[in-house]
Design a protein around this ligand. Structure first.
Ligand SMILES: Cc1cc2nc3c(=O)[nH]c(=O)nc-3n(C[C@H](O)[C@H](O)[C@H](O)COP(=O)(O)OP(=O)(O)OC[C@H]3O[C@@H](n4cnc5c(N)ncnc54)[C@H](O)[C@@H]3O)c2cc1C
Length: 435
């Protein structure tokens, strides 16, 4: 029986562990924290996972929150001026639904179950000497340690990295007591675009307290929305600041959030991410190779809504490749090839999408967004930007592709006139601003 060691009991590590265990492999998972520490510890993410990737969890019997976690089936988006005035408003249904379950619940439940069902779970902080001894004993060592320090073992790939610093500051909170929007015919992702200052969005979510809502603030550093400096160092301050931003920047939503609280004291995080593509193979001093998976290989900003989804896509590719490898050795070249398949099909597009999403809106996307306010057909394309990023990149960067989308809905757009970004900037920014 082939022996596989997986470092990290997160989204990618645990799904790979169950997938290989069910296929008859001898799997060991090594994780820094115990299930109790994870369950009651700080949040590391508020990820939404799309239905096709959730199917991976379903097939392994891991989606324990089905029927309890709310299903996000639409998006409502506003483009706002600094004083909170709404410039544009768009809504539509998602072609592929998604669900967000607190990763603390997922990892803790999956680790307990893995052990209960006979899997080997080792609580240890893996470092290079421990990796060396794992590589000696196991046929394959996969490092799925997320954005933690160990990923530094894998060299940054400068030719593939589109960022050398964080484009956004990040603050995320999981909130209970948020009201609903009966006038919106969906369980919506609510997205608030701030003109060139960054964005914030809230998503239906599931955590310790049951159904709830996660909020992610993504200001451009130095902008008027960048209020998440180091002075925000307690749960109370984070909650108070989140409510202040919501009240001032999206006052129409204030009634829904007025009575919101954190689901627990640790349900918030603050930080920044430099999206990074790494070389997928690290050679240890012994010459033995180890392979990166998930965020350890490709790290994105949450604005792309893709880290966990791509981690799951890469996990599935790796699982299949391991099975196809049968008894042959897991060589350096084989690891490169598996990663390259993922990078070419998904990783590079996601990174480009992240770049576009963190920059000021492009001219084609701006035109499409204006059209989306009049045409439900165009709105559907806009709100589904996250489901097929490769397709979305086309209408976000190429005016012909954007016009092609508009052409398909010409009947809904008769008489429509569109402003360029410069015209819009001039018109809207002349409005009186709040002090
Ligand atoms: C605020 C926020 C919102 C997000 N929203 C989305 C979203 O909507 N959609 C989406 O697709 N993605 C989203 N992401 C990204 C997503 O959370 C990650 O891409 C995903 O969790 C990556 O999974 P992973 O298994 O690679 O790493 P993780 O899930 O981070 O797991 C890594 C595990 O490794 C363990 N570990 C670390 N170092 C060691 C070590 N040395 N030894 C042993 N164990 C170790 C950690 O404790 C952890 O349990 C978001 C991220 C953030 C920060």
């Amino acid at each position: 029986m082939r022996k596989i060691a997986i470092v990290g009991a997160g989204q990618a590590g645990m799904v790979l562990a169950f997938g290989l265990r069910d296929a008859g492999y001898d799997v060991t998972v090594l994780e820094t924290r115990t299930p109790d520490q994870i369950e009651h510890g700080p949040i590391l993410s508020t990820a939404m996972v799309f239905d096709r990737q959730l199917d991976q969890e379903r097939r392994l019997g891991l989606h324990e929150w089905e029927g309890r976690a709310p299903v996000c089936n639409g998006m409502h988006a506003t483009l706002r001026l600094p004083n909170g005035d709404v410039v544009l408003e768009v809504q539509g249904g998602l072609d592929e639904t998604c669900q967000g379950v607190d990763a603390r619940l997922k990892s803790a439940a999956w680790m307990r179950r893995f052990e209960r069902e006979g899997g080997r779970l080792v609580i240890a902080t893996v470092d290079v000497p421990l990796l060396e001894s794992l590589a000696e004993t196991y046929d394959l060592v996969v490092v799925a340690s997320g954005k933690g320090q160990l990923s530094g073992l894998f060299e940054r790939d400068p030719e593939r990295c589109l960022f050398d610093a964080p484009a956004r500051r990040i603050c995320a909170l999981i909130l209970k007591g948020v009201g609903e929007w009966p006038e919106i015919p969906y369980t919506p992702l609510k997205f608030h675009f701030g003109m060139e200052a960054g964005d914030y969005f809230t998503i239906p979510f599931y955590s310790h307290a049951g159904p709830c809502r996660a909020a992610v603030f993504e200001p451009v550093p130095g902008s008027h929305l960048d209020v998440w400096g180091p002075e925000i160092d307690t749960a109370d301050k984070a909650l108070a600041m989140a409510k202040r931003v919501i009240r001032d920047f999206s006052p129409q939503d204030w009634p829904q959030y007025e009575h919101a609280g954190l689901v627990d004291e640790k349900a918030w995080l603050r930080g920044a991410i430099t999206p990074t593509v790494r070389k997928p193979v690290a050679r240890l001093a012994s010459g033995r190779p180890v392979m990166a998976l998930g965020d350890a290989a490709i790290l994105n900003d949450p604005i792309s809504g893709a880290g966990a989804n791509d981690a799951l896509r890469m996990t599935e590719r790796l699982r299949k490749a391991i099975l196809q490898r049968e008894d042959r050795p897991f060589t350096d070249d084989w690891m490169q090839e598996v990663f390259e398949g993922h990078y070419q099909e998904h990783g590079r597009h996601t990174m480009r999408f992240t770049r576009i999403m963190t920059e000021p809106i492009t001219e084609p996307a701006w035109k499409l967004l204006q059209a989306a306010t009049r045409s439900p057909g165009v709105a559907r394309t806009f709100v589904n930007a996250y489901t097929d990023v490769q397709q979305s990149i086309r209408w976000m960067t190429d005016m012909e592709a954007a016009d092609e989308v508009l052409g398909r809905h010409a009947g809904e757009l008769q008489g429509a006139r569109f402003l360029t970004r410069a015209e819009a900037q001039e018109r809207f920014m002349q409005r009186p601003q709040a002090a």
